[in-house]
Design a protein around this ligand. Structure first.
Ligand code: PLP
Ligand code: COI
Length: 342
């Protein structure tokens, strides 16, 4: 600790802030270089880079947390490395060894350690790894060179009010992904495809749009850039299975927490949009979203309210407290979930 950072931590939203250092590594002639930290937050790439034309890129999102004792730790960065490598396989990009990925993340957090928000502020350090195809190219084919970069910034809640419920709308005139497309991978194009749907939902006063499964439009797929979780009236934890949703690390962590910490029956299964009243509580989960309680979902003129539009429900609150408690070091973590940085 040294540099004084002039940020009101508890007022942060989810916005870009330039921190001091980022990591960059280049893949050329069949191999990754050693990578280095740089203060330059711009990239200088060929106008013919496949990332610019054909969207050959993938990103990840993970966070660093400051504990009560002042230590800094990461939550399951190995899972982000594995998911980025799955995206690399899908888009024919070179894999990044897990050790290189985790080392790059640690280097960036250490180099920007004063930007890791203090414990108890509700803010965390969001880390954004990206891989992209660059170099001279014009045909639709994989790039000849790649850049892997990692940057970070302190953030507050993604959806407006942390544990305050938000309302969402099902807009079945939009799909974010195709049944056998890239919905399971974290690739740039999925997010470009979601911008119009998000803008329409936001214009209607909603936090985001809920996507249905693209093949039948009968089942919940995703809640904007987060996965859906629901607590049934029988107190079961349910989350959709689908070939077109992002395998959320938070979702898999919550499946484990619900089963092992709260002793609930857990199911990854179909969630039919016309049966939403089977749930007494619901939430949107993800690294950025953490768990945002879903107050209500509007679908075809009907409003499904979960617990309350203003207060978080008791089970979602318990899940949140355990998950965030693990991330902050207040609750004992399952083996291998926490990586210490400093
Ligand atoms: N779904 C989408 C489309 C996302 O972009 C994200 C964010 O990463 C998630 C779900 C949640 O995934 P995770 O919990 O791994 O952050
Ligand atoms: C995340 O939760 O890390 C995301 O990537 C979601 C969004 C900011 C795109």
């Amino acid at each position: 600790m040294g540099k004084k950072i002039d940020i009101e931590w508890s007022k942060l939203g989810f916005n870009y802030i330039k921190t001091d250092f980022r990591y960059i590594s280049v893949w050329k002639d069949g191999k990754w270089d050693d990578g280095k930290l740089t203060e330059d937050n711009t990239l200088h790439i060929s106008e013919s880079s496949p990332v610019l034309h054909y969207g050959q890129s993938s990103f990840e999102g993970l966070k660093a947390y400051r504990t009560k004792e002042g230590k800094v730790q990461l939550f399951r960065p190995n899972r982000n490395a594995a998911r980025m490598n799955d995206s690399c396989d899908k888009l024919l990009m070179p894999r990044i060894p897990e050790e290189k990925f985790v080392d790059a993340v640690k280097q960036v957090v250490k180099a920007n350690i004063d930007y890791v928000p203090p414990y108890g502020t509700g803010a965390t350090l969001y880390i954004r790894p990206i891989i992209m195809g660059v170099g001279d190219n014009i045909g639709v084919k994989p790039a000849s060179e790649y850049i892997f970069t990692v940057f970070c910034m302190p953030v507050g809640p993604y959806f407006s009010g942390g544990l305050k419920p938000c309302n969402f709308v099902v807009q079945d005139e939009f799909d974010r992904a195709a049944p056998y497309g890239t919905g399971k991978q974290k690739v740039g194009g999925n997010y470009a495809a979601s911008l119009q749907a998000h803008a329409k939902a936001a214009a209607g006063g909603y936090a985001d749009c809920i996507y249905l499964d693209p093949a039948t439009h009968t089942k919940i797929d995703e809640v904007g850039a987060a996965n859906f979780i629901g607590i049934t009236k029988n107190n079961e934890f349910v989350t959709p299975n689908s070939s077109s949703i992002l395998p959320s690390i938070t979702k898999y962590s919550l499946l484990y927490i619900a089963e092992h910490y709260l002793k609930m029956p857990v199911y990854e299964r179909e969630v039919f949009v016309d049966k939403l009243d089977e749930f007494k509580e619901a939430g949107a989960c993800g690294t950025a979203a953490v768990i945002t309680p879903i107050g209500a979902i509007d679908y075809k003129g009907k409003r499904y309210v979960f617990h309350s539009e203003t207060e978080v429900g008791p089970t979602i609150k318990k899940l949140y407290d355990i998950l965030y408690g693990i991330q902050l070091g207040d609750v004992e973590a399952p083996e291998g979930w926490i990586y210490e940085v400093e």
